[in-house]
Design a protein around this ligand. Structure first.
Ligand code: ADP
Ligand code: MG
Length: 329
């Protein structure tokens, strides 16, 4: 009879099938998203000290979104942005942008990725533009490097400076522009080769609030009018409150998200409503906000109970909650 070998075959096939299932789950995570961070880890090591800057960070961003990224200093925001920009590589996990697996790029492909798929704006205004070139020459430079034709370069540079409200700076060198004008010209430069994603790491960090607003408006314009997906790291609540989606990073992981939408109030006026969500990752982890765990003295262990339409979380009081739960039942 062939029964035994039949029994063996599925076992062997079972292992392969499991592997294939895991592979499919990895592939299908974030299918259709423009930016996929799948359990990204980045460990810096040196001089015997190891810093886990990213600790299994998951993030999905759809094409056309404008997302603000917030978090305390040292939470891993710049590490994330540098990885997405192709300037750094993760220690583990997968990063996919516009269908490209950033971990699998050759040096040459990485260069092309950085030149064409992403645009980058630094916080330091002086780092974004070449000091001896005019604003327009700065915008033209990346197109020249990418080999686009002269007429096209000139035309696009003029258009970009116009859209970003700095057409009047076209022939000025950065030292003759204000900080806000320099950042807007920097955005134009970052957009020169029509990237899919624009990354900005605290682009308004060095600016006063009025100028910061102008620069942020330029990012919104780039998103709305040119259709580029924008990820902007910011410390400025005035900025993060204007976007529909704010992602908070804590200890190298996305910990919560705030989504905002416009809705009518009782008087029929349109008001912006914000809802804060905790991030539930694929293996079921949720980060409880520190102010909540401290307030309820939750440490090491908590009691979880599935209730009608939600899950309750209680501090560990040596079984007291359990007993009370039994009595209620
Ligand atoms: N090149 C590096 N070498 C060692 N540690 C680093 C390096 N860059 C960042 N770190 C550390 O990684 C953590 C996250 O840093 P970073 O991504 O710059 O945070 P953020 O931008 O949110 O302030 C911090 O603890 C920081 O000190
Ligand atoms: Mg930073």
């Amino acid at each position: 009879m062939t029964a035994p070998s039949h029994r063996e075959a599925p076992a062997a096939g079972g292992l392969a099938a499991l592997g294939a299932d895991a592979q499919r789950a990895r592939m299908s995570y974030g299918e259709g998203a423009l930016v996929v961070c799948d359990q990204v880890v980045r460990i810096y090591s040196g001089e015997g000290i190891e810093v886990q800057a990213l600790q299994g960070l998951d993030l999905l961003v759809d094409a056309g979104e404008l997302v603000a990224i917030v978090g305390a200093s040292g939470s891993g925001k710049s590490t994330l942005i540098n990885i997405l920009a192709g300037l750094d590589t993760p220690t583990a996990g997968r990063v996919r942008v516009a269908g490209q697996d950033l971990g699998a790029l050759s040096a040459k492909e990485r260069l092309v990725y950085r030149r064409r798929q992403v645009g980058f704006v630094w916080q330091q205004t002086s780092r974004n533009l070449l000091p001896y070139l005019s604003a327009k020459q700065n915008v033209v430079a990346p197109m020249w490097l990418a080999g686009s034709r002269r007429r096209l370069r000139e035309q696009r540079a003029t258009e970009l400076l116009e859209v970003l409200g700095v057409a009047h700076c076209a022939s000025r060198v950065p030292s003759r522009m204000s900080g806000g004008e320099q950042q807007r010209a920097a955005i134009a430069t970052a957009l020169a080769n029509d990237p899919k994603v624009l990354l900005a790491d605290e682009p308004t960090g060095e600016l006063d609030s009025h100028t910061a607003q102008e620069v942020f408006t330029a990012l919104q314009t780039a998103n709305a009018e040119l259709g580029v997906t924008v990820l902007v790291v910011t410390h400025d609540p005035a900025v993060s409150h204007q976007v529909r989606r704010t992602v908070a990073i804590r200890d190298g992981r996305t910990s919560s998200e705030t989504l905002r939408h416009d809705a009518p109030d009782e008087l029929g006026n349109t008001v912006r409503q914000a809802v804060e969500y905790a991030v539930l990752d694929r293996v079921g982890r949720v980060q409880l906000p520190r102010e909540m765990t401290e307030r309820h003295q939750m440490r090491n262990r908590v009691v979880l109970r599935s209730l009608d339409d939600h899950i309750g979380v209680w501090p560990d009081r040596g079984g007291e909650e359990e007993r009370r739960g039994e009595e209620e039942r």
